[in-house]
Design a protein around this ligand. Structure first.
Ligand code: NDP
Ligand code: SSN
Length: 343
């Protein structure tokens, strides 16, 4: 097994590449005791044995393959999605179904949620038939959606008020890593729940970071996606400019791939962007949401982020041209539209 290493300033880490196993023998990620809050293990949710029942709320591009991997690993999974038809493929694989988030949470030891945005994440957790209504001591709620820290804290309050534990665990990695169980979890919250769900995170992901109190996972995720959104906007400008000055953008993709600014994202998305094809892995509307939330995060600490702010504007233009549900690489189309107007 190839060994990788990584460094996180808050915790010391030793990371090796993912073994796909129902029974991970050793934690892949060693976290310094200082980084963990002190909690008792009394009435903590069971998730680290095969009999634990697992709920999954939100079966979109990411939630479906994540839930599928849990089912394929032999776990007892109960699903819910606003659009019920998206539950069918998972039910065919052996998942149970409940008709509200409340019922899922009431019938499961640990419930995961993968929702679109802060509004849907809060509604599914804290709304009328929300998961919090079904939570209680001994249970756990793991929100893997990308939301801002404030929303995460609000959800946490509702969950903890029932006596249950809460973990925020947004993910880095897109549709393919979700399918391949290669996501990166950025977790924060109740460390006792983190320890319990670690084997489940290891089924769905290749690594996990525990970052401290609620809000830190959300912040890490937003910073990562802020960088990603700006990188894609800049790459788009390069592709459009290269073509405009008579270069072959495919050659630009190749040149970039061999130099210091090479990135898997450019190599993955570049060839289809050159063909004006944007098969959706990460919807553009979600990238713009993440830039918007990153701007809010920066505002909260009076930190200027002018590059991200300019990128956000470009994604807003792309949205206004009906590209919300295309892959975020479709942001390049916003530049083409501008150029047409200029000529
Ligand atoms: N796609 C990606 O590459 C990645 C996405 N993320 C983040 O993960 C989250 C999910 O992303 P993704 O799966 O791509 O998104 P999708 O748009 O494919 O799925 C969104 C999910 O949220 C549900 N939903 C939306 N609005 C509501 C609502 N008001 N009430 C209840 N449920 C609602 C949808 O239900 P319905 O089916 O009924 O519409 C669906 O299950 C987002 O926060 C995104 O930023 C994180 C990493 C990578
Ligand atoms: O939030 C989406 C992240 C997509 C990715 O990490 O490739």
């Amino acid at each position: 097994m190839a060994l990788c290493s990584t460094f996180c300033p808050r915790v010391s880490t030793h990371l090796n590449c993912k073994p796909f196993s129902l029974f991970p023998i050793k934690p892949r990620f060693f976290v310094s005791i200082k980084a963990l809050s002190s909690q008792t293990s009394a009435s903590t949710p069971k998730a680290d044995d095969l009999s634990a029942s697992i709920g999954f709320l939100g079966l979109g591009i990411m939630g479906s393959p994540m839930a599928q991997n849990l089912i394929k690993a032999g776990r007892d999974v109960t699903v819910w999605n606003r659009t019920k038809s998206k539950c069918e493929p998972l039910i065919s694989l052996g998942a149970k179904y409940k008709s509200t988030p409340e019922e899922v949470a009431a019938s499961c030891d640990v419930t995961f949620a993968m929702l679109a945005d802060p509004e849907s994440a809060a509604d599914v957790a804290c709304g009328k038939y929300g998961a919090a209504k079904g939570m209680g001591p001994g249970k756990g709620y793991v929100d893997v959606s990308t939301v801002d820290g404030e929303t995460s804290k609000l959800i946490c309050e509702h969950i903890r008020a029932t006596g249950a534990h809460f973990l925020e665990a947004p993910v880095s990695g897109s549709k393919k890593p979700a399918e391949d169980g290669q996501l990166i979890f950025l977790t924060a919250g109740d460390s006792v729940l983190y320890d319990k769900v670690a084997p489940l995170l290891d089924i769905m992901g290749k690594s996990r970071f525990y970052l401290g109190e609620v809000g830190k996972g959300a912040a890490m995720k937003l910073v990562v996606n802020m960088v990603m959104g700006s990188m894609m906007a800049s790459f788009s400008e390069g592709l459009v400019l290269s073509e405009k000055v008579g270069l072959d953008p495919s050659v630009l993709v190749e040149v970039i791939s061999q130099g210091a600014i090479s990135a898997p994202m450019y190599a993955l998305k570049g060839p289809s962007m050159v063909k004006s094809s944007y098969p959706t892995a990460f919807p553009l509307k979600h990238q713009q949401k993440d830039l918007r939330l990153a701007l809010g995060l920066a505002e909260s600490v009076s930190q200027p982020i002018p590059i991200a702010a300019a990128s956000n504007e470009l994604y807003k233009v792309a949205k206004s041209h009906g590209l919300s549900d295309q892959d975020f690489s479709a942001v390049i189309e916003a530049l083409k539209v501008k150029l047409q107007h200029q000529t």
